[in-house]
Design a protein around this ligand. Structure first.
Ligand code: NAP
Length: 293
């Protein structure tokens, strides 16, 4: 936790349901403490049906300066805010809200967070088709990011044809992206053969789940220059990323996305640079402490 709370302490937080698993308080409070600020960051457990009351109620509490949103609130919050930044409109999801002149302004820092570890790589994105596994909230941010990278085509696979059609409709109208194609899960093998980057945007392989989104034989189909990105950060690495590394492929996990989306949001709230390395170390320490012996 950050330092002591007083009558002047400003409040930040994360709304979700459930929210007790969120790692955001750990990294944000570490940064706040290091900066010596009179702020604190708390989890707000808010059931779906109570979101409108919570957004209005927090506006009345003047010490609340902003908040993050996680599952299941990233989309439902949009009509409850006063202004939506263009990136959040394009993705169709808000993960960070700031009080600006007593108005709630929403943005999306997941896209920039996802892109951050890719910026370090020198690759010809215009020659790299993207393959996104899953079509939930995170997949939307990933599609927007792949578009920003300049991937020539973005393939998204999912298991529910109705949801895939809806996803395609929503994303093409929001992003004006005509190189987005959706496919059934069974199309994965032939899409892997041409993929320049493959991203797991499903929970398959999260701690406690021994499965992988693709099989060992399917992983063999990827070109040797392919990048394999898993949004999951527990366990580190996932079995999916272990399979990639074993084949000499570049493997990236979701921890940097988590850290960077948080740091970008905190910088926006505070209007000053934030100590991202302290946020990173706080998370790494927490994950080491929680890892099974
Ligand atoms: P979500 O909205 O619930 O979407 C999950 C997607 O995965 C849906 O398309 C779902 O398909 C699909 N899926 C789930 N189980 C599947 C299975 N067994 N086979 C095939 N598809 C399956 O969740 P989300 O917010 O997008 O999050 C997805 C993952 O990204 C989670 O692991 C989350 O922890 C991670 N994430 C990481 C970060 C980060 O900062 N690193 C940020 C956001 C999310 P259906 O729609 O058919 O159920």
């Amino acid at each position: 936790m950050s330092g002591s709370v007083s009558g002047t302490t400003k409040i930040l937080g994360v709304m979700g349901f459930p929210v007790s698993h969120s790692l955001s308080p750990i990294m944000h409070n570490a940064a706040i403490a290091a900066m010596g600020l009179d702020y604190t960051y708390v989890p707000f457990p808010i059931p779906v049906e109570d979101l409108p009351a919570a957004i209005a109620g927090l506006k009345a509490i003047q010490s609340v300066q902003g908040f993050n949103l996680t599952i299941p609130h990233k989309v439902e919050v949009i009509p409850l805010l006063d202004e939506i930044m263009p990136i959040a409109k394009a993705v169709g999801a808000v993960n960070t809200v700031k009080r600006v002149e007593n108005r709630w302004v929403g943005t999306n820092t997941d896209v920039a967070g996802f892109l951050e570890p890719l910026k370090l790589l020198e690759c010809g994105w215009k020659l790299r088709p993207a393959l996104v596994l899953g079509s939930g909230g995170a997949a939307k941010a990933v599609v927007a990011a792949c578009l920003e990278l300049g991937c020539p085509v973005i393939h998204v696979v999912g298991r529910d044809p109705k949801k895939m059609k809806k996803f395609h409709g929503a994303m093409t109208s929001q992003l004006h992206d005509y190189n987005l194609r959706v496919h059934p899960w069974a199309s994965i093998p032939h899409l892997l053969e041409v993929a320049g980057i493959v991203i797991n945007a499903t929970p398959i392989g999260m701690a406690g789940d021994p499965n992988t989104p693709i099989t060992e034989a399917e992983m063999d189909l990827l070109p040797d220059y392919a990048i394999v990105y898993d949004l999951i950060y527990t366990p580190r690495p996932t079995k999916f990323l272990q399979m990639a590394s074993a084949r000499g492929l570049k493997a990236i996990d979701g921890l940097e996305m988590l850290i960077n989306q948080g740091a970008i949001g905190l910088e926006w709230w505070l209007d000053q640079p934030v100590p991202i390395e302290i946020m990173r170390q706080a998370l790494l320490q927490h994950l080491v402490n929680k890892a099974p012996a």
